[in-house]
Each structure stands twice: as structure tokens, then as C-alpha cells.
Design a binder for this molecule. Structure first.
Ligand SMILES: [Mg+2]
Length: 315
């Protein structure tokens, strides 16, 4: 690589001082990290890549890019009811810009500290800007997609549509007030992994996933994995306030189909629904599972509703 800072300097200067938390026997600096697995339960692992120009604007604040990259990965741990432990980072950079790296590393390590997850290794390469993070967590009670049954109630963990409403603002395609712009950036770059909800519903839920590609686009994965159909009442969807501010005319479509909210969609047996409603959660029942071919059927204002656009497509 021809660049000002070599790979080892990048790691040493910006990432090697990452605090080493629980279970890290040996952190960054050797050929491998050595990690002590908890004595019971299972490890959960997932990886996500964010590419400049596709998942975030290339000129976005590096600290905010880092926050989003780590948070969307931790969201997958939440979706599995796993608590965050460790992560690795593969960073591809057009050039070794010291100012960019310093801000990125600061944002990354700050986010890591907030969620108690330790950076234990990584790699840097020259090329178009992209960020790959692999997370590892621990679960005593995994929430898989294949455990749901007909009769289960379907819930979402909180308001939907905010990130889809925020996107044109984040992409600078739309001019708004400074306050709204900040709120849009907050929603898009600082999504909240639903770890608390996952823990609370862990013993009741029969399936769960995080809504990255849109509620309807993701719920079908539970239907397919569990061999059930879903009936969703769109009148019950919790709609994020930002949707009403930015896209009131498309509120239902954004809440049903918009991606990047990272709320959980989960199912619980009807008998447990009362217990879920008693928990101090923002979760809302939106429908139920029925016998049938895997599909999601929606109603809105008493009539069948068909999504005008599919969920987010990765390619
Ligand atoms: Mg996911």
C-alpha cells in the first residue's frame, strides 16, 4: 500500500488503545485475539458491511459513520437476544487521512464503550471507503426466526418509518430546518439497538428479528423460517413523529416498508401477550400469525393493503 500511514501505524495510532473488556484474554496486537467464551449459553456472531455512497454519504462525519456501522451490527445481536461482547473491524480507505481516522476511531470507541463491546482485532486496506464489522455476543436464550406458530401475536418494539423519512435529509436531497436536520441525522446515524427489549421479551418470544429492510420485507423472513402466514393491521403501526413532520402523506408506506429503523419485530404466543403488555416497553401488537403459505397480508382502514414498493434491496 502506498500511503502516508502504514497498516501497523493506523492500528497502533488509532485502535490499539481500545479498552479491553470482559473475556478478552489477549486483545489487538498478536496474530489473533484470544477470547474466553462464557461457561454456558451460546455465542452469536454476525457481520455487516457499509459501503460509502450506498449505505452512507462518503463525506459524512466519520464519527457518525462509525456509530452507524457499529450500532447496526449490535442490532443483529439484539435481534438474537445476545448481549454484545467483542467485535472486529475491516476498514478499506481511499487514503490514510489522519484527521478522518482520528474522528472515526473516536466515534467507534465511544460507541463501543456505550454498549460494552470490545474491539479485539481488525484489518486495513486501501480502496473505496467501506467498513465491515463482525460482532460476537452471548446468549442464554436465543431468539431465532424459526420458532413462531399460528396464533402467535406479532409485535414491533417501537415507532417505525423515521429512518426512511430522514434519508432524503441525510442525503442532502431535501432542505429542512437545522433542528429537523439534526433529528434526521440522529435517527440515521445513531439507531438504538433494542437490547433492553430483547432481554425483557426473551422468555416469552417465539421468534424475533431486527427491522433493517422494512417491517414487511423482514417479517416475511419469520413467515418463511417458521412456515406461517402473517396478518398485519397497519392501523396499529406505531409511526415515528419524524414521519409526520417530513412525509405525512406516505406515513403508512414508510412505517410498513421503510428500512433502517432497527426496531425489533417479534412474536409471542397469545397466552403470553398479556404479560408482554404489562412490561414497561414501547412494544405494540400489530397482527397475528395464521396457518398458510408464507406471506404477509396487510389491512388498512378495514381494507386489504398492498405495498406500493418492496422493501430495501441490497443489490
Ligand atoms: Mg438483522
Amino acid at each position: 500500500m502506498s500511503k502516508a500511514l502504514g497498516e501497523f501505524e493506523i492500528i497502533r495510532n488509532y485502535f490499539a488503545r481500545a479498552p479491553q473488556g470482559e473475556g478478552v484474554a489477549l486483545g489487538i496486537g498478536d496474530d489473533c485475539a484470544l477470547l474466553q467464551a462464557p461457561p454456558s449459553g451460546q455465542l452469536a456472531t454476525s457481520m455487516d458491511t457499509l459501503v460509502a455512497g450506498r449505505h452512507f454519504p462518503a463525506d459524512a462525519d466519520p464519527a457518525m459513520i462509525a456509530s452507524r456501522a457499529l450500532r447496526v451490527n449490535i442490532s443483529d445481536l439484539a435481534a438474537m437476544n445476545a448481549s454484545p461482547l467483542w467485535f472486529t473491524l475491516a476498514l478499506t480507505l481511499p487514503s490514510s487521512d489522519a484527521v478522518w481516522l482520528k474522528k472515526f476511531a473516536a466515534g467507534l470507541l465511544e460507541t463501543a464503550g456505550q454498549f460494552g463491546i470490545s474491539l479485539v482485532g481488525g484489518d486495513t486496506t486501501a480502496g473505496p471507503l467501506s467498513i465491515t464489522i463482525q460482532v460476537i455476543g452471548h446468549t442464554q436464550k436465543p431468539l431465532r426466526r424459526d420458532g413462531a406458530s399460528p396464533g402467535d401475536s406479532i409485535y414491533v418494539s417501537g415507532p417505525l418509518g423515521a429512518a426512511a423519512a430522514a434519508l432524503p435529509v441525510v442525503l442532502a436531497e431535501r432542505e429542512v430546518s437545522e433542528a429537523i436536520r439534526r433529528e434526521a441525522e440522529q435517527v440515521y446515524y445513531f439507531p438504538e439497538p433494542q437490547l433492553t427489549t430483547a432481554t425483557a421479551i426473551g422468555k416469552f418470544a417465539t421468534s424475533a428479528l431486527d427491522i433493517s429492510d422494512g417491517l414487511l420485507g423482514d417479517l416475511i423472513h419469520i413467515c418463511e423460517a417458521s412456515g406461517v402466514a402473517a396478518e398485519v393491521n397497519l392501523d396499529a403501526l406505531p409511526i415515528a413523529p419524524l414521519v409526520h413532520q417530513l412525509a405525512a402523506d406516505n406515513a403508512i408506506e414508510l412505517a410498513a416498508c421503510g428500512g433502517d429503523d432497527y426496531q425489533l419485530c417479534f412474536t409471542v404466543p397469545e397466552a403470553a401477550a398479556g404479560q408482554i403488555n404489562q412490561l414497561d416497553l414501547a412494544a405494540v401488537p400489530i397482527g397475528r400469525l395464521v396457518q398458510g403459505e408464507p406471506q404477509v397480508r396487510c389491512s388498512y382502514r378495514g381494507r386489504p393493503w398492498v405495498a406500493p414498493s418492496p422493501g430495501y434491496r441490497h443489490f
